[in-house]
Structures are given as structure tokens and as C-alpha cells.
Design a protein around this ligand. Structure first.
Ligand code: DGL
Length: 276
């Protein structure tokens, strides 16, 4: 492990695996370590301070395992912890390491997906209340109208493997109806939560024709590819052995492996990493 310098991918639980899958497809040569903080997920309804504390602890675990670069593959952590990590924690404690999020890369391109210039953003309560997407999308696309909708039940549905069960239908329809009630011009729905792609088959059942649903995985993957092109000093540090490791803060690794394999699209074998 000592001379390996993998890319770290972090999420509160399983959701980041949808982003990791896209990253590993586009950039298969690197070594990766995925860390899910399943012992403390979900993060969505927690306070700024708690989300920052949990996220920074997990980022440090990834640093300790040799990762010089960590992707927060979690919108909630990107919305509530990334700024403090980038502007304070890294400067004070780890000036040669980098942490990137998923909001900015998504905001940079999402405006170009909409013909009507009206976008619905679906996320956890934390992400939506932070207003991060509203601000960032309007920075890049001042003429785009952003309609936000918190979907607080969706992550627990997914984390508990209920996303494709009949009970999920009520909550899928409920939040879709609420976001679409904000404007009949919305033609694009951004899944601003890395868990939500698993609900896409159900969403399609309730959405009127002509509304595009956009998950973030591929957007974040191509933004990372671009970042590595622009930052050769980081790219050259990264090891390329095609090794992918999975860690969870939950001691039930069998349960993690079962769920994670669904998110990742192939079999996952994880190891338990206790929180300090
Ligand atoms: N996957 C996280 C996100 O993208 C949400 C999960 C959580 O609430 O912990 O926002």
C-alpha cells in the first residue's frame, strides 16, 4: 500500500458508487479506494457542523491510506463540508493534498441540457437548503431558472434496498409532482444526489414525456479527466495499477457488499475500517 497513491472516492454510504462507476469506466488505469461512511449514513438531514466533521474524518482516513486526491462523491458533503475543507483544513493540515466535489462540475454544464432554460434540481434536504446549486448554476448560466426540490425520503429508500419495491412509488411520485408543480416549463431534472440514479426506472413511470433526467456520474467523471489534464503535478503522483478497494465504516461488510454491488454494477468485496 505504501507506494500506492490511489484516488479516494468518498460518500456517506453507497451513493458515491454510481459516480465511482462512471469514473472507473472513463479512467480505468488508476488505483482507487472507495470509502462509504455507512455507520453514520444518511447525512442528508444533519447539520453543517456534523457533516463537516464526519466528512473531514473520512477524508483523513483516505489520506492515511495514501490518497493524495479525494473526490467527495456526495452532494450533501460537497454542499456542506467542501468549502471549509478546501479553505481551512487542507491549508492548515494537508497543503499538498486535494479534495474535489461534485456540485461545481455539474453546475458548469447542466444549463446546456435545457432548451426551455428551466431546470429542476432534486437533492437531499441538506443540499437543497444550502442553495449551492441555485448559486452555482446561476453563476454559469444566469439565464437559467432553477427550481429546487428536497426529497428527504429517497436516500433512506435506496439505502434500505426499497428503491425498486412498490412502497417507493408513493414517494417517487410525490416529489416529482412537487418539483413539476413549480413550473410547466421544466424540461430537465438534475439528480443532485448520488443515490438517486437507482430510482430512475421508477421516475420514468411518473414523468411526462419530454423531461430529461440527468444523473451526475458521467459529468463528474469527465470533469475529473479534465482536472487531471490540467494538473500534471497531481496526475503524476497517482499510481496506475488498476486496483480498486472498497472500505466501509460499518462492521457489516456482507451487507455493504450486497448493496454496493447493485450500485456499482459489479461484485464488490469490502473491508471494514473503524472510525477513530
Ligand atoms: N449521496 C448523498 C448525496 O449525493 C446523500 C446521502 C445522504 O444523505 O447521506 O447527497
Amino acid at each position: 500500500m505504501s507506494n500506492k497513491q490511489p484516488i479516494g472516492i468518498f460518500d456517506s454510504g453507497y451513493g458515491g458508487l454510481t459516480v465511482f462507476r462512471s469514473i472507473a469506466n472513463l479512467l480505468p488505469d488508476y488505483d482507487y479506494i472507495y470509502l462509504g461512511d455507512n455507520a453514520r449514513a444518511p447525512y442528508g438531514n444533519r447539520s453543517f457542523n456534523t457533516i463537516h466533521q464526519y466528512t473531514w474524518e473520512c477524508v483523513q482516513l483516505l489520506f492515511d491510506m495514501g490518497c493524495p486526491l479525494v473526490i467527495l462523491a456526495c452532494n450533501t458533503a460537497s454542499a456542506k463540508a467542501l468549502r471549509t475543507i478546501q479553505q481551512r483544513d487542507l491549508l492548515n493540515e494537508e497543503p499538498y493534498k486535494r479534495v474535489l466535489g461534485v456540485i461545481r462540475p455539474t453546475a458548469e454544464v447542466i444549463g446546456s441540457y435545457s432548451r426551455t432554460k428551466e431546470i429542476g434540481v432534486l437533492g437531499t434536504k441538506g443540499t437543497i437548503q444550502s442553495g449551492s446549486y441555485l448559486i452555482e448554476i446561476n453563476n454559469f448560466f444566469p439565464d437559467v431558472k432553477v427550481h429546487q426540490q428536497a426529497c428527504p425520503i429517497w436516500v433512506p429508500l435506496v439505502e434500505n434496498g426499497e428503491h425498486d419495491k412498490p412502497g417507493a412509488d408513493y414517494f417517487v411520485k410525490k416529489y416529482l409532482d412537487q418539483v413539476l408543480a413549480q413550473s410547466d416549463k421544466i424540461d430537465t431534472l438534475l439528480l443532485a444526489c448520488t443515490h438517486y440514479p437507482l430510482l430512475m426506472p421508477k421516475m420514468q413511470e411518473y414523468l411526462p414525456a419530454g423531461i430529461k433526467v440527468v444523473p451526475q456520474g458521467d459529468i463528474v467523471a469527465s470533469s475529473l479527466q479534465d482536472y487531471l489534464r490540467r494538473h500534471p503535478e497531481m496526475e503524476q503522483r497517482l499510481s496506475k495499477g488498476r486496483v480498486q478497494q472498497f472500505f466501509t465504516t460499518s462492521d457489516d461488510t456482507m451487507d455493504f457488499d450486497h448493496h454496493a454491488s447493485i450500485f456499482f454494477g459489479e461484485e464488490v468485496k469490502s473491508e471494514y475500517i473503524p472510525l477513530k
